[in-house]
Design a protein around this ligand. Structure first.
Ligand code: CU
Length: 253
């Protein structure tokens, strides 16, 4: 986290929190046994419907100060890190099964990552290893999309998006990893992609809710990860054709 050395206090704090979250994720990934995921037809699978809530109140945030292209991006952008609704539902949490070895195939549509209003959208999402990601821009200013392995900072690729409507489709790496995406032109632009070796993941919406479908019946560990609030897990049992409800909390850091 080199930037933490040079950034100001508020940013420093946030980068430190992100660092803690990455460490927590690394621990989660490291606990997983090494084995290949097997694609199989899922008949009469179940669903997991749940909500991730933030315990306590979210830390006060100040808007991100725009330091470049202010004529297009504006002077300030709301800080999206803790996006919490009136019921405590936390958005942009990646939810995934930790110990599933067999099940549905990868999504057929490529992942989307959009440069929009001088931010990346979505902020956080899961992906399956080697999945294609379509990167596009809705902005008239130059962005670049620069994903890095969050643990090593190794660059995965770096594509410039010079104008509105431009898009590039690229494959993600073939190994599970946490990917941190940045735009080198606008230092406040960040996104997170968690690459897994299976397709059982979801991201919480604005109300903190998520759904994972077509899960083979069984007992699993449901894991959640948020860029600042860190990680948590809960056991979940899925019955054939049934919907299992789940509620997980994260604590603000
Ligand atoms: Cu940018």
């Amino acid at each position: 986290m080199v930037n933490a050395m040079s950034a100001g206090g508020r940013l420093h704090g946030r980068v430190a929190r992100v660092g803690i979250a990455i460490v927590a994720l690394t621990a989660l990934v490291a606990m997983r046994p090494v084995r290949a995921y097997e694609v199989a037809t899922v008949t009469n699978g179940g669903s997991i419907e749940g909500v991730v809530t933030l315990s306590g109140s979210a830390p006060a945030t100040t808007p991100i100060k725009v330091t470049k292209n202010q004529d297009y991006c504006g002077q300030a952008i709301p800080d999206p890190v803790y996006t919490v609704d009136g019921s405590g539902g936390l958005a942009n949490v990646i939810v995934f099964l930790k110990d599933i070895t067999k099940g549905k195939a990868a999504p057929t549509e490529p992942l989307a990552l959009v440069n929009s209003k001088c931010m990346f959208s979505p902020r956080a999402q899961g992906a399956m290893v080697s999945e294609q990601v379509k990167i596009s821009s809705e902005d008239t200013v130059l962005h670049n999309t620069h994903p890095q392995n969050a643990d090593t900072n190794a660059t995965i690729f770096n594509v410039a998006l010079p104008f509105k409507g431009f898009s590039v489709t690229k494959p993600l790496p073939s190994m599970p990893m946490m990917i941190k995406v940045k735009c080198d032109a606008h230092e406040w632009m960040h996104a997170w992609i968690m690459e897994l070796d299976h397709p059982y993941y979801a991201t919480t919406g604005a109300d903190g809710h998520f759904t994972i479908k077509d899960v083979p019946p069984g007992t699993y560990t449901l894991a959640v990860w948020h860029e600042a609030a860190g990680a948590n897990t809960a056991p979940v049992t899925v019955a054939a054709g049934q919907t299992t409800k789940s509620k997980i909390t994260l604590a603000a850091k």
